[in-house]
Design a protein around this ligand. Structure first.
Ligand SMILES: *Cc1c(COP(=O)(O)O)cnc(C)c1O
Length: 360
């Protein structure tokens, strides 16, 4: 068996120990005589898997008791709709921060349900920065404020949490959840597709303050009402059982590693050394303002784009894959989520130096 270092933005690498545990439990989970995939979601065994998974996530993120954790499907993209459907609640408009391709999609979807007020728009910078905190003028009458703490495509990450006063703050944390400690009580809704930093695709996690549940637009499908899922412990219909189980294995591993404070230190170190390698070299560059560079998604451009194909080919030959940048940005992007070991980043940096030297 040979495993490569997979820098994919998502679906992304999973921790080897988690895959090994899933493999060991594949045919017979804890003496049940069946795979988790084959279990009824209403049976005692699966209920225990679901409960442990939620308990570990609550412990990891220190989620207050007045927040529900929902295990849903439909990806973060469905949350672009569920947020306005559930939170507009008779208000005239919602505030959005447009800071990249994902928040742009969230804005477009919200406009189908109500007025969107753009409190910030960094399009002119080609999304290489975040708005100055002092420049943000929120509408105190807004239904909610939505933003994307980490924009996965350009690799720009807020270095502050917007202070919205009494207006609910909604965050699309798809590519930054679990990468560092956060104070959940500063947010009102957090959502994330699982396939970046949690587990396999197919699972979407929503963490929501309880009193925001129960105000959905009644014309919308019950499946899009947070209350449907909250009232049924995310089992109104069949949940994505296997993805939820694997996410639970990831949570348990992070708890064992020492929680998010330990994970944060590793992630900071990984990101800092990769950015340093980029900044120290005249051959590589990253366009994002230094104070808001993402810890999880690190785009970089080669001085000569004609060498992109050779870079990718030789990287793959060295066991470093999925480094091609998003088509809208070009160049390279290394996604270094929790499951990317530090040795993977070290190997990438060594390869980058070697490649640069052979071009000189
Ligand atoms: C990947 C991503 C999405 C889209 O997620 P899906 O689960 O594919 O719908 C949305 N927002 C951010 C920040 C992402 O990184």
């Amino acid at each position: 068996m040979s495993r490569i270092y997979n820098f994919s933005a998502g679906p992304a690498a999973l921790p080897l120990e988690v895959l090994e545990q899933a493999q060991a439990e594949m045919l017979d989970w804890h003496g049940s005589g069946m795979s988790v995939m084959e279990m009824s979601h209403r049976g005692k065994d699966y209920m225990s898997i679901a409960a442990k998974s939620e308990a570990d996530l609550r412990q990891l993120m220190n989620i207050p008791d007045n927040y529900k954790v929902l295990f849903l499907q439909g990806g973060a993209s469905s949350q672009f709709a569920m947020v306005p459907i559930n939170l507009f609640n008779g208000k005239k408009s919602a505030d959005y921060l447009l800071t990249g391709q994902w928040s742009k999609k969230a804005v477009a979807e919200a406009k189908r349900y109500g007025n969107v007020n753009l409190v910030a728009d960094t399009t002119d910078s080609k999304f290489t920065t975040v708005p100055d905190e002092a420049s943000l003028k929120f509408d105190p009458e807004a239904a909610y404020v939505h933003y994307t703490p980490n924009e996965t495509i350009v690799g720009v990450e807020f270095d502050y949490i917007p202070d919205t006063g009494d207006v609910p703050l909604v965050a699309d944390m798809s590519s930054t959840i679990l990468s560092r400690e956060i104070d959940v009580s500063k947010f009102d809704v957090i959502y994330a597709g699982a396939q970046k930093n949690i587990g396999p695709a197919g699972l979407t996690i929503v963490i929501i303050r309880e009193d925001l549940i129960g105000h959905a637009n009644p014309a919308m499908p019950v499946m899009l009402d947070y209350k449907t899922h909250a009232d049924n412990d995310s089992m109104y219909n069949t949940p994505p059982t296997y993805s939820w189980y694997l996410a639970g294995l990831v949570f348990a591993r992070l708890v064992k590693l020492g929680g998010l404070s330990a994970v944060e230190k590793i992630n900071q170190r990984k990101a800092e050394k990769l950015y340093k390698a980029i900044d120290d070299s005249p051959f590589y560059s990253n366009p994002v303002d230094v104070h808001c560079r993402s810890w999880m998604n690190v785009p970089f451009i080669l001085a000569n784009a004609d060498l992109d194909a050779a870079f990718l080919e030789q990287a793959a030959a060295n066991g470093l894959t999925s480094l091609k940048g998003h088509r809208s940005v070009g160049g390279m992007r290394a996604s270094i989520y929790n499951a990317m070991p530090e040795e993977g980043v070290d190997t990438l940096i060594a390869f980058m130096k070697e490649f640069e030297n052979t071009q000189a």
